[in-house]
Design a protein around this ligand. Structure first.
Ligand SMILES: NC(=O)c1ccc[n+]([C@@H]2O[C@H](COP(=O)([O-])OP(=O)(O)OC[C@H]3O[C@@H](n4cnc5c(N)ncnc54)[C@H](O)[C@@H]3O)[C@@H](O)[C@H]2O)c1
Length: 327
């Protein structure tokens, strides 16, 4: 196709999803099955399998288990690991083993299984505090949490494996993902946390500056659509932002929640930690060129999530204060 950004259009029939028991993983497994793709979920934490998928229990910190669990598929979606900046600040070695060590083991497994496509789910936290908004994939990456550093290390290893061994791998940087199926004990994203407090009649706790802390909230269905586009059409060695492309401050998020539930919210603001009070919003033009289009407006997504949670969902467990110095 002359002048087309699409130079690949891979057919994917059999997929492995690492982290398949997790929030994004379970949603991805279900979406792949609906798209007619055979799916194997790989996780070290057994969970009720998504009907129709096979499940393998494997600890991917072990290279041999990674090679065995990821055999005989066309594509590996690599999602397993620690998804929390807060946890990485509290325990950087745990973060290193679950993100960096697992990441290189997955790369080694894909190198071993020649011809397997790899799509690695990275994070917008790799940018640190961006210099411009929205941020583009080519912008500098200066992560300031161990989580962002370990996720970025795997992006670099991935590129080196593409160059050195010719593996077919790309990465996607997810912004703040929300939607059904988050475990409240592990979830740190504001939409789910804020809703859980609000639906229980508790004050919404904002950490940081409500007006300058601006994020790109992307519904998990849109994230998954983006991952599928990137897996099928992404360039080897390329990284793609996956977000909504829309800027929303935490104060605006509260208003969206109030509109969705029809009740006004009580809000407390803790401005002691302003480390991440800046705008982190995706320029999604690269993935758009491959056919991605976010379809869930924040208000609709929040309304559906509130309905799915019911009147008294479990309260969030993770602290929202990220800086270890404030503990
Ligand atoms: N949720 C978000 O807002 C968000 C944003 C950006 C990027 N991401 C990325 O998406 C991915 C999934 O995040 P999530 O929110 O679904 O997290 P999650 O914690 O719900 O899922 C992660 C899964 O990985 C599994 N896992 C961890 N260590 C493992 C190991 N050693 N071997 C096998 N499995 C292991 C866990 O058991 C868990 O089921 C992560 O890589 C995260 O960095 C998430």
């Amino acid at each position: 196709m002359a002048n087309s950004p699409i130079s690949h259009d891979r057919t994917l029939r059999r997929a492995a999803v690492t982290g398949g028991s997790g929030f994004v993983g379970r949603n991805l497994v279900a979406a792949l099955l609906s798209a007619g793709i055979e799916v194997r979920s790989v996780d070290n934490r057994p969970s009720e399998p998504v009907p129709g998928a096979s499940a393998v229990t494997a600890d991917l910190r072990d290279p041999q288990q990674a090679v065995e669990a990821l055999a005989d598929v066309d594509v590996v979606f690599h999602l397993a690991g620690n998804p929390s900046g807060t946890v990485s600040v509290e325990d950087p070695l745990l973060d290193f083993s679950s993100n960096a060590v697992v990441g290189i083991n997955v790369l080694e497994a894909v190198r071993h299984h020649a011809g397997t496509r790899l799509l690695y789910l990275s994070t917008a936290m790799v940018y640190g505090q961006p210099e411009t908004t929205p941020c583009h994939e080519k912008d500098p990456c200066r992560p300031f949490y161990p989580y962002g550093a370990s996720k970025l290390a795997v992006e670099h290893w991935l590129n080196s494996y593409v160059a050195a061994y010719g593996i077919d791998a790309s990465a996607a940087r997810a912004f703040v993902v929300y939607g059904p199926g988050e475990d409240p004990r592990r979830a740190g994203a504001e939409p789910g946390q804020f809703l859980r407090w609000h639906l229980n009649g508790a004050p919404i706790r904002i950490t940081g500056d409500p007006d300058t802390k601006i994020r790109d909230f992307v519904h998990v269905d849109d994230l998954i659509a983006g991952l599928l586009v990137a897996a099928r059409r992404g360039e080897p060695g390329a990284v793609y932002n996956v977000g909504s492309g829309t800027s929303v401050s935490l104060r605006e998020l509260v208003s969206v929640i109030e509109a969705a539930t029809g009740r006004s919210a009580e809000v407390t603001v803790d401005e002691r930690d302003l480390t991440d009070s800046y705008a982190l919003v995706a320029d999604i033009s690269a993935l758009r060129e491959l056919g991605y289009e976010p379809r869930t407006p924040l208000g609709d997504g929040i309304q559906r999530l509130a309905a799915a949670m019911g009147p008294a969902p479990a309260l969030p467990a993770l602290s929202t204060v990220l800086s270890a110095t404030n503990h």
